[in-house]
Design a protein around this ligand. Structure first.
Ligand code: UDP
Length: 478
């Protein structure tokens, strides 16, 4: 069996964007993609990463590649496979590039060997598919070690890094020492922020492209209130009569799906009812997302601003058995359950830890969409964040957002204009205050939400992203 698998991709017409962007934006993107198609002349553009489901990279690839295909480009997506030890090492690297210690294990020769041993069989099967002249985008540390062999095979290799931190610390140095030799010679490296380009790779081959969301995906499609209500009731995230709406969503291939499964939720008693104000954070179960800090900030908000109110907190993340490249998820979730149990009952009864079903990506996306659209306030209190697509998604849904002033979150929100930023990501009282402000000031909530949507329209939709990738590729190919 081949260790590397290809993901089936839909094909979407770029013209769809006429509904959400100005005509000149669409014209520019069409022209860039047309030029790529001509320069590629039938050759394939591959993207390779380590998971087809869960997390921001998979989310973006699915739709960007579908639009590239819709523009006549043979775009394909391959996913490498690895053992738990490989993903432990790459998670260690992931933490290192964010400047944190992770499990603190050495990143020396032994780790390098284990890393290579997993990539070799992946490469072997991939080289059967890649033709000289094809372009290969390798995503993140998991795939960086494939670059040299692919270049030797005659492919144009681009390394796309979705993570990073602006600081240079002993941890980042160690992470980059491990990775840089693999990607020093590729003709193009793409980072999400300028500040993430490490000194060792700071040359004219390193460029910046900000991430994006797909306005038309299951995750972001418009949903009527009654549909959101039916979906959330079915998923067990709210209680009470489901209303008359269908619990339906549109799949990537255009067919209709129904939400069937339930989230697995740790809660004291009942789920919130439809009219309860909801504070929501949607994230993988990762220490850098600081779910614990969100609970503490929420507790501070309840005790100081909402003692007689009914505001509830939902922390939603993927069912941990469904995310193969993140071995830490289960441990983090267990720790959070322990923390949850330490809060007094009046707070526990307002805090819900929800693991969303992952068996069906469409269903998972529909639940996330309904939850984000129904949220009164969306929080992204990460301690570090590469970009933070969950924030973009929330802003596109006109939600008032509160985010830490870290990483890519601060590139998305202009404080007081299209959201609120927390200067100190560990200041839980400040989160409590920000929640209190928005809950009490509906005009503020509405203004922040509608500005947020415009911010995303202008900057963070897939059409801009895809055009930038292909602009860079066109320069390389010509
Ligand atoms: N996500 C999801 N289901 C979940 C939790 C998260 O689909 O149960 C999605 C979320 O909507 C977003 C992505 O995973 O599209 C996370 O991307 P982000 O950039 O916020 O963080 P990352 O996980 O890449 O660190």
């Amino acid at each position: 069996m081949s260790p590397l698998s290809q993901v089936n991709l839909p094909t979407y017409p770029l013209e769809r964007f006429h509904k959400v962007v100005e005509p000149d934006v669409l014209e520019h993107a069409s022209a860039v993609l047309e030029r790529s198609r001509d320069l590629l002349d039938g050759r394939t553009v591959w993207h390779v990463n380590s998971t087809a489901e869960g997390g921001g990279v998979a989310e973006m690839l699915r739709s960007l590649l579908a639009y590239a295909r819709g523009s006549g480009i043979d775009a394909r997506w391959a996913v490498i496979e690895g053992e738990p030890e490989f993903f432990r090492i790459t998670k260690r690297l992931h933490h290192a590039l964010h400047g944190s210690l992770g499990d603190g294990s050495p990143l020396g020769a032994q780790a390098a060997r284990a890393y290579g041993e997993v990539l070799n069989p992946n490469l072997k099967s991939f080289l059967d598919d890649v033709r000289p002249g094809d372009t290969v985008f390798l995503h993140d540390p998991q795939t960086a070690g494939m670059a040299a062999s692919l270049m030797a095979h005659g492919a144009t290799v681009i390394w796309r890094c979705h993570i990073g931190t602006e600081d240079s610390t002993p941890e980042t140095e160690e992470g980059w020492s491990f990775l840089a030799p693999h990607i020093r010679d590729v003709p193009l490296r793409i980072f999400s922020r300028k500040a993430y380009i490490p000194a060792v790779l700071n040359d004219n081959r390193s460029k910046v492209v900000q991430p994006s969301i797909d306005a038309f995906s299951t995750k972001n499609e418009e949903l009527e209130d009654d549909v959101a209500r039916a979906i959330l009731t079915q998923a067990g995230l709210i209680t009470g009569p489901p209303g008359d709406g269908p619990r339906s969503f549109t799949r990537g291939d255009g067919s209709t799906g129904l939400v069937e499964r339930q989230a697995s939720v740790l809660r004291e008693d009942a789920a919130p009812v439809w009219n309860d104000p909801l504070v929501v954070q949607v994230s993988r179960w990762d220490p850098l997302k600081d779910h614990g800090g969100v609970m503490q900030g929420f507790a501070s908000f309840v005790d100081r601003y909402d003692q007689n109110g009914r505001t509830q907190l939902v922390l939603a993340g993927p069912d941990v058995s469904g995310v193969t490249d993140d071995p830490e998820g289960g441990i983090v979730l267990e720790e959070l359950k322990g923390l949850w149990a330490t809060f007094p009952k009046h707070l526990r009864s307002r805090m819900h830890l929800a693991s969303l079903p992952m068996e069906d990506v469409g269903e998972n996306a529909a639940i996330v969409n309904a939850l984000q659209r129904h949220a009164t306030i969306i929080v992204q209190k990460s301690l570090r964040e590469g970009f933070g697509l969950t924030l973009t998604e929330a802003m596109w849904k006109s939600r008032p957002v509160i985010a830490s002033r870290v990483g890519g979150l601060q590139d998305q929100v202009t404080h007081e204009e299209d959201g609120l930023l927390l200067d100190n990501p560990t200041d839980v009282e400040a989160l409590g205050d920000a929640l209190g402000r928005i809950i009490k000031d509906r005009p503020l909530a509405t203004r922040l939400g509608s500005n947020a949507k415009e911010r995303v329209r202008a900057n963070f939709l897939g059409i801009r992203h895809l055009a930038q990738y292909h602009d860079l590729l066109n320069t390389l190919l010509s």
